[in-house]
Design a protein around this ligand. Structure first.
Ligand code: SAJ
Length: 426
């Protein structure tokens, strides 16, 4: 017998934890499952395992039941899978974590349950990967014995305005009954529009499309930045001008690269899936190549800057500030900083790394240690602390080159202090 108004969330990361806490706050009996025992231990003592200002709820106030085991799922009405769907080193989609979680759910699946996938996948994964595993492991039939739906996650880490409670969602399912149940669930916890899609594939496609849209727009301004660097035109000033157009223009900003677990990853799911049907997404692929090149472009600007001072990169200390893929968070998945560090190291530079949000990837404990003896500084993540760095203090410390990987500083200030300033198209 399934427990009324009960929810299980599989995967308690940036996506699953906020969702589990929100369902709990809305009166559901919620169990959270994660393979990471340390995360479960923290949550069991009401601690927050990930620091995110966008977390609309606190574990301290929740009645969340957490576990690393799946066997408690048997009585749960709605089971939501929120595990990561990364790409491997060759940019090929990696569904291993998803398949593992679905197998575990399938083994304890009960008649009447609703399984919802929130992980980002290409169109077709729910029907050709998730459904067969659930049916094989349970002996049940989707759409008859249990329901399967897809509601792609839309979490924006670090965003204090938009969070799981107020971001509109789309939902798709194999059957009208599944669609009705899933839509009703999200409408019961989210104060925003929940749009039912005609098919589960449409719901899968929505997320890939919205993030590919962002990736190609970023690639557009990144290509402009590289072109305008040659033309001697300040791309940020031009984008400021273009942004005065009140319609049909959406501002994006060039930078040292595109990181995170969404934007640089999701397009590959569509690219690779379409290839299996004989279609090449040349445009999406080109955008990925442009954005993947930006860390190299940034590292080369650093070397160019040192050369302007007749300093060879080889054997020279370079401080890379920031490892996280965007400001104010600790997540460094697919971060451009990692590629900048690798490229400069390959060129023989002595690279020091400091990010207060990512101590495990920093090579020094303090900013001053990273800067000591450095001839070049690369601002790779625009954490507030790095936005306030004084050009004069850097010059006094012997720094000769400042590379503004986020175009967040002012060329004039650094040139007035006697430094070479290199931006991304500025
Ligand atoms: N970036 C640029 N230029 C831009 C915007 C972003 O270089 O104009 C870079 C960022 O520095 C970062 C990467 O792209 O390295 C991704 O940035 P992001 O702001 O898109 O941050 P994410 O990865 O947290 O994206 C999330 C996504 N949300 C979901 O997938 C549910 C994305 O869809 C949102 O558009 C994005 O937040 C957002 O709007 O902030």
């Amino acid at each position: 017998m399934l427990r009324n108004t009960s929810v299980a969330v599989i995967g308690l990361g940036y996506v699953g934890l906020p969702l589990a806490l929100l369902a709990d706050r809305n009166g559901y009996y919620v169990i959270g499952i994660d393979l990471d025992a340390s995360k479960i231990a923290k949550l069991a003592t009401k601690q927050t395992p990930v620091e995110d200002p966008g977390l609309s709820e606190s574990p301290r106030a929740s009645n969340l039941t957490v576990s690393t085991a799946f066997d408690a799922l048997g009585e749960i009405e709605t089971v939501i899978i929120c595990v990561g769907t990364p790409v491997n080193g060759n940019f090929q989609p990696d569904l291993t974590p998803l398949k593992r979680a679905v197998e575990q759910v399938g083994r304890v699946l009960q008649p009447g349950q609703l399984v919802i996938l929130e992980s980002t996948v290409n169109p077709g994964v729910c029907e050709t990967v998730v459904r067969p595993i659930l049916e094989r492991e349970s002996g049940l039939v989707a759409g008859r014995d249990f329901e399967l739906a897809h509601c792609p996650e839309r979490i924006n880490p670090g965003d204090s305005q938009w969070n799981v409670a107020n971001i509109p969602r789309v939902v798709g399912s194999l059957t009208p009954a599944g669609l009705e149940r899933a839509t009703a669930f999200y409408r019961s916890i989210i104060e925003a529009d929940i749009k039912p899609m005609a098919t589960i594939q449409e719901a899968e496609a929505v997320k890939i499309v919205e993030n590919s849209f962002r990736d190609v727009n970023i690639a557009f301004v990144n290509e402009l930045a590289m072109s305008f660097s040659r033309l001697g035109i300040n791309v940020m000033n031009v984008l400021d001008g273009a942004a005065t157009k009140p319609f049909a223009f959406m501002r994006h900003n060039p930078a040292c690269g595109v990181g995170g677990h969404c934007i640089p990853v999701d397009p590959y799911y569509l690219i690779e899936h379409a290839k299996t049907k004989g279609f090449n997404h040349d445009f999406l692929s080109l955008a990925r190549r442009i954005n993947n090149h930006m860390p190299i472009f940034t590292a080369e600007r650093t070397i160019d800057g040192l050369n302007k001072r007749e300093i060879a990169a080889k054997g020279t200390k370079v401080a890379v500030l920031g490892v996280a893929y965007k400001a104010g968070i600790e997540d460094f998945r697919e971060s451009p900083s990692l590629k900048i560090i690798n490229h400069l190291s390959e060129k023989g530079a002595d690279v020091a790394v400091f990010d207060p949000y990512v101590p495990d990837k920093s090579t020094t404990d303090t900013l001053d240690e990273a800067l000591a003896g450095a001839k070049a500084v690369v601002l790779a993540t625009d954490h507030a602390q790095f936005r306030d760095l004084s050009a004069r203090n850097l010059a006094a410390a012997g720094v000769e080159v400042f590379v503004d990987g986020r175009n967040c500083r002012n060329r004039t200030e650094f040139e007035a202090a006697g430094l070479v300033y290199e931006g991304i198209g500025v």
